[in-house]
Design a binder for this molecule. Structure first.
Ligand SMILES: *Cc1c(COP(=O)(O)O)cnc(C)c1O
Length: 412
């Protein structure tokens, strides 16, 4: 009897193994930043030599900001660009600014024109061709009850603290705010935003973002956290920052020290591809985790970058090793100049379909589409509840087994 059960369990285990053979076969074509690190270090040598950076410069986030690559003149030293490519980048750059931190640039494979890091950071002429999107599909401009504030929910809001980023994502959903020059939100606007939070006692969750909230100096971040700490009804603070991905050296000791004194604190970042998961990114995330900060990831589903169930599965598994919990996958918004990244909802559902059951529940984020006009985030999920009757329901498992379950209370 026991022997029979063991045999059955072994048969089942064999069957389970078969369900990930396709994933295992796909993995060699999905390299991570860890696997590519030796090549990335060589890239860094090249970049450092033409920018004249010392070892210390490279570890210094201020140096990276000051030396963001913003001209094709410099970019040509790293990427082989044809005269036509140079002209296209220059033309696109006139419409939408671009800048890449030397660190993020070093993640690009110069020989791969379709490199997912390159797609996210180097302008494409397709941005100019897009006449379909709108500049503010979320209508953030009309959901701002106070300077720098976006409020769409009853108990929480966003304060935009800067428009600056270490790298301007080509898929940026707030392109209209990025403009031509970097500017931190003026102190008087921050004061008004904080006043708004103070006057509205139902606000228990304040999200500081931008731009990239970690473009502020440590002392500005300290000031904001101290201000929020003094508002009794603010229970939690959150930051939105892509610096663990685009500029990991930003997560310095002093910043971690400040953050650790203002818990509970949540940071959401944006890893979109396993190549972004590098030893440097890991160091940044582990530092934040050691400071007591809880880390989440908000990926954006992007054609040519991560619209592939296996890439997304690998990404989310890699993130757990960094102590970053996958939080959201955003369906791309219809922002003007980003149409070449758009995907169909079916693709997002397929990504979700190949997470549940196949990998740890911890590696499964929620797939979100933003309702137009700022009506908020809406979760989308493949259909697992096939039928719901008065006394029974029909469900579908991750392996597509269709099963009837009872749906009765005691005595029903
Ligand atoms: C996304 C967002 C939030 C945070 O939403 P959560 O689902 O709580 O993470 C808050 N305010 C605005 C305006 C948002 O767009």
């Amino acid at each position: 009897m026991e022997h029979e059960q063991r045999k059955e369990a072994l048969r089942r285990a064999e069957q389970l193994k078969e369900t990930i053979h396709d994933y295992e076969a796909a993995l060699p074509a999905i390299p991570t930043g860890f696997q590519q690190w030796p090549r990335i270090l060589q890239n860094q040598e090249r970049i450092r030599s033409f920018l004249g950076a010392t070892d210390r410069d490279w570890q210094n986030w201020r140096w990276h900001l000051k030396h963001r690559v913003t001209t094709t003149e410099l970019l040509k030293r790293y990427l082989p660009l044809s005269p036509q490519q140079v002209a296209e980048i220059d033309r696109t750059g006139e419409l939408y600014r671009w800048a890449v931190s030397p660190y993020y640039l070093s993640l690009i494979d110069p020989d791969n024109p379709d490199d997912p890091i390159r797609c996210q950071s180097i302008p494409s002429i397709l941005e100019c061709a897009d006449r379909t999107g709108t500049s503010d599909p979320m209508d953030e401009e009309h959901t701002s009850p106070a300077p720098a504030v976006t409020r769409r929910y009853p108990d929480r809001l966003i304060i935009n603290v800067t428009n600056q980023c270490a790298m301007y994502c080509r898929h940026c959903q707030r392109r209209r705010n990025i403009g031509e020059i970097d500017c931190a939100t003026p102190r008087r606007d921050l004061e008004k935003a904080l006043d708004y939070v103070r006057r509205n006692k139902e606000i228990r969750d304040v999200l500081l973002t931008g731009g990239d909230a970690f473009m502020l100096s440590n002392s500005e971040i300290k000031w904001l956290l101290e201000q929020l700490e003094q508002i009794p009804h603010v229970e939690i603070k959150r930051f939105g920052t892509r610096t663990p991905v685009t500029l990991p050296f930003r997560i310095d000791d002093q910043l971690c020290e400040i953050l650790s004194r203002h818990l509970p604190l949540y940071i959401n970042t944006q890893f979109n591809h396993p190549l972004e998961v590098t030893p440097a990114a890991q160091e940044a995330c582990h530092r934040l985790a050691r400071a007591g900060v809880s880390l989440g990831n908000q990926a954006v589903l992007l054609k040519g970058v991560n619209n592939d169930p296996f890439v997304m599965r690998k990404l989310n598994q890699e993130l757990l090793k960094l102590m970053v919990r996958p939080y959201y996958i955003f369906h791309p918004k219809r922002v003007k100049g980003t149409a070449h990244f758009w995907v169909k909802i079916e693709e997002g559902l397929e990504v979700m379909e190949y997470l549940r059951g196949y990998t740890s529940g911890l590696a499964i984020p929620n797939y979100i589409i933003n309702a137009p006009q700022g009506y908020g985030k809406v979760p989308l999920l493949p259909q697992y509840l096939l039928w719901l009757g008065r006394d029974e329901a029909v469900i579908r498992t991750w392996e597509n087994r269709i099963i009837k379950v009872e749906n009765r209370e005691m005595g029903d």
